[in-house]
Design a protein. Structure first.
Length: 363
């Protein structure tokens, strides 16, 4: 921090790290009048004389706006098409004055996807679950947050696009911009409860300190980095942090293969796909994603003009290691209602597969 920017009466407060260092005690409130006098005691010869007291030296403590935004998590795991996905942040007001904070979010231009939609909510410190997102939180700004380390939770709540793929990520920066209303004559803070104040500005910049006016000085540090479109320099009235949505999902692929199982003349030795032959179909669903897939329903509509289903041949396996139905432990399962073969399984784990096989007769 460049302390030369601060007026003389703020030097002590700045040195005590209102902006960036842990505070062992509260900073003096903005607008506090500080007055003291000097007294000289003396003698003439050996005789005490009346002490001489100076005229009081008086100044007003100015306002230093210093706040930070900290992400509550580096990232959260999400799935495609999920709604109400919450990134939590903590806004801390280290200023020596209450402040409003205007909130905005910026999505990175260099990540894998943009969320479908998002909204910013401020935690309600009275109702609901304090510190966690719930229906009691409001779409608004941070209103009248006390200084000297007071905090408020803020939530970015988003919908993830259906097309997001496994391992894709999206970075989101939350920006808190200091806002305030001040008396134009004295510089005193004016509370605007329930109404967002205008963005704060520094006052008396480049001029000597006005001992009769409460100046405003920005004391915030450099904020979020790595997100295109976010500009958060030191001492600009903004604070920011970046968190990430990471897609963890199932990635399914289905394959269908066939082989001639037997024919009326060759049996199972080098059979041919002639009328009367049986063809074995193999259906395989493989999950190459990082999350399990659930409630799997696999269907196959047969071309019944040319083939008919062979009753009793439908089998499934959940422990196969290949997609050709030659590995795994098979057991009867599934159903057939012309013309559809249907097989179900509760889940396919990450890196797992589910296979089914059945035979049809060539007409």
């Amino acid at each position: 921090m460049n302390f030369s920017k601060f007026p003389a009466k703020l030097a002590l407060a700045a040195a005590l790290s209102v902006a960036s260092l842990p505070q062992a005690f509260a900073a003096t409130n903005a607008g506090q009048s500080v007055s003291n006098t000097a007294t000289v005691n003396y003698k003439v010869g050996t005789i005490d004389q009346t002490p001489v007291t100076s005229v009081p030296a008086v100044f007003l403590v100015d306002r230093v706006i210093s706040h930070i935004v900290v992400r509550d998590q580096v990232s959260i795991n999400v799935t495609p098409n999920a709604t109400t996905q919450v990134l939590a942040f903590t806004v801390t007001n280290n200023s020596n004055s209450p402040q409003d904070f205007l909130l905005s979010a910026v999505e990175s231009a260099v990540d894998d996807f943009d969320v479908t939609s998002y909204a910013i909510y401020v935690d309600n410190p009275v109702t609901g679950t304090v510190g966690a997102y719930d229906v009691g939180d409001t779409l608004t700004f941070v209103d009248e947050l006390a200084g000297n380390g007071a905090t408020r939770k803020v939530f970015v709540v988003a919908t993830i696009p259906a097309g997001a793929a496994d391992t894709d990520f999206a970075d989101v920066a939350l920006i808190a911009q200091a806002a305030q209303s001040v008396n134009g004559t004295t510089g005193a803070y004016v509370a605007t409860v329930g109404t967002a104040a205008a963005a704060a500005t520094e006052s008396n910049v480049g001029a000597a300190d006005n001992t009769a006016f409460i100046d405003t000085v920005f004391g915030d540090a450099v904020g979020a980095t790595g997100v295109a479109g976010v500009t958060d320099a030191a001492e600009d009235g903004n604070a920011s942090a970046v968190s990430r949505y990471v897609v963890v999902t199932a990635t399914l692929a289905v394959t269908k293969t066939s082989r001639v199982y037997s024919d009326p003349f060759n049996g199972t030795t080098n059979p041919k796909a002639i009328p009367g032959a049986e063809i074995e179909y193999c259906l395989a669903v493989e999950n190459t994603g990082a999350a399990a897939a659930s409630t799997i329903a696999l269907t196959d509509n047969l071309p019944v003009t040319y083939v008919s289903f062979v009753t009793g041949t439908l089998q499934v396996a959940t422990n196969a290691t290949t997609n050709d139905c030659t590995t795994g432990t098979f057991a009867a399962g599934g159903s057939y209602t012309s013309p559809t073969v249907t097989v179900n399984t509760a889940s396919i784990p990450a890196a797992g597969r589910f296979v089914a096989r059945f035979r049809v007769l060539v007409l």
